[in-house]
Design a protein around this ligand. Sequence first.
Ligand code: BGC
Length: 755
Amino acid sequence: MNSRHHLGDLELEQKASLLSGHGFWATKPVDAAGIPSIVLADGPHGVRYLPPEADHIGLGSAGPATCFPPAVAVGSSWDPDVAARVGAALGREARALGVSVVLGPGVNIKRTPLCGRNFEYYSEDPLLSGVLGAAHVRALQSEGPGASVKHFAANNQETERMRISAEVDERTLREIYLPAFERVVTEAKPATVMCSYNRVNGVYSAQNRWLLTDVLREEWGFTGAVISDWGAVHDRVAALAAGLDLEMPGNNGASDHQIVEAVVRGDLDPALVDASARRVAALSLLRPSATDNADLDAHHALARELAGECAVLLRNERAVLPLSPTASIAVIGAFATQPRYQGGGSSHITPTRLDSALDALRAQVVAAGGAVVHEPGFTLDGSGDVDALRAAAVEVARTAQVAVVFAGPDQDDSEGFDRETLDLPAGQVELIRAVAVAAPRTVVVLSNGGVVSMEDWHDEVDAILEGWLLGQAGGAALADILLGVINPSGHLAETIPLSLLDTPSYLTFPGEAGRARYGEGVMVGYRYYETVKRPVRYPFGHGLSYTTFMTDGLEVTVTGDDTALATVTVSNTGARAGRHVVQVYVATTAGPVRRPARELRAFKKVMLEPGETRRVELALDRRAFAYYDVETGRWIVAPGQYHIQVGHDAAHIAVEAIVTLPGDVLVRQLSLDSALEEWIKHPVVGPMFIRSLRDSLSNEMREQAEDARDGLRMVASMPLGKFLQFTGIAIAPDSLASMLELGQADIPTDGVKRA
Ligand code: BGC
């Protein structure tokens, strides 16, 4: 983004003044250069507009705005169109409020189901997170305001979030924690990126030059402004030097002053101040000019429609769902009347309206001649006589044709702290079980920001609808799904494990002594469960529909050294129109690193009428096959076999095809530290080396070598220097020197050579 403002004539102080906020929610104007102040507002699923003078903690004081389904729900839609429509609507509401930058989306990876902010993040998978995040940003920005993709990077827990060091090896960062940001930055060009509070490998994100400059700007070509999470800057001068442009919130100019002093002292390059000031000034071009009002009624209807795309039907025994609108239905649970539809913290929206599932169900059922009775069964604040509440609920369940229990954790998911358990409150578990015994059929509807365990009651109920947090119209959307007005099409964007003990980060979350060691590496979520073959309650990608789909006819065409095209036939074999998610996974053991059993590499959601059949094409790019090679600092496609699998979910593969890719030949520089095997296998030096090794052997050694082929395995990984030293073999010095020279010269600059 190029600023049209001329900063050239400004004083250093004026330029520095652009680099921190005016209070909590605005930037500072520089009248002399015609640079106006702009307003920033949260957040990912609704515009939390606070007047510029409001403070950060005044969470409840924001004016009304549409609360759209939070990211946990949008993730389950597996539909970039859903993410885009949320983004565009936020853009319109922001514009109407005079907001220039909307702080979201959050594309951090769900490393543990306990993270308090998982409800603000899309998925445990980087492709799904990145595709949805990019769609959100593109659509939001097409309405005028800018987005702020956050929290960059490795902000995967709330415990100690302002100082914990996420200790993550580079391959894991590159393959799991960075790609969603990379995709959003390179494909959707967000106006801003927000750095995280935490440290990454010891260095605060706000001061992490590798992250903010080397990777973000130099590798990914980011040209927008980097802003700090609110209060994430520890050393303003170091942060500026690392690439952090705008510090939020402001501190009455104190840090601007530090910047000026550092320049005057000669400790900070003034060109850095210019560059950052230019980037912040450029944001003022996002200032909405005409403030047209957003159509809030239309947005409420949109919130309902989108929520209907997000809920996940996990279980539906004996086709208990959809319910007949002429049935007698016992609606149980406090969440039926007091919806849980968003989480706590900076994303908390004051909704324009709020739909309850009970009202929506009652309206439709009564109109059709059915009956709805309601009993709370429990209270959210724990008040009331638990036994009496449960008994009354069981009583209505007994006489109805079906009971629908609205359950959820007793506490909101929230920013600022992590959850401690996956369990539902014991009282609700008892209620579900008692209702399931009494009612002819039992359906459980869950409202939760993070995964909950179903182990104490799963088998006793007939159907489970995972409603996550669905935004202000979620109640009506749930009623639509329960009654079959909407055919559910959500799929899990995160695994539901059997137990917290099974989760890959169990041993290292939330860390100790200030460090969270990401010891599971790239084995996050389903990558772990599938690799170690650990059973789960519901796998990543799982989701039922009221219709049935069939997948067959997979064809994979190799379209290059490292790309392919998968084409597959999907059919709607049931009686209702429905949306189906085609999930393409790639599985391989190629290359020298441990690969996850399979990884999601492409997906597409398609609408199919009953009986309709379609060929669906999904392109697999180079990245779909690559791993990150830390030695060369490159993405490498190892030559070898790749299984292209189309799955119902990450654990159940419907069809598979195998392709062989020539891939890249990785030629590593030879030195005396290179292993004997590396010398032998080197494409240029190898044959020469074998010859000179042979020539250097005495007759006796040659005979021994013939006899001891197995012994070779023992020394294969020995550095050549050590091998020569141990064996006393003396390769002629000039021949060794020339092989070393060749082994170092014959390398393309990027260390990767095509086969
Ligand atoms: C949160 C951000 C949010 C910012 C402004 C921080 O505490 O981590 O996500 O955008 O506050 O409210």
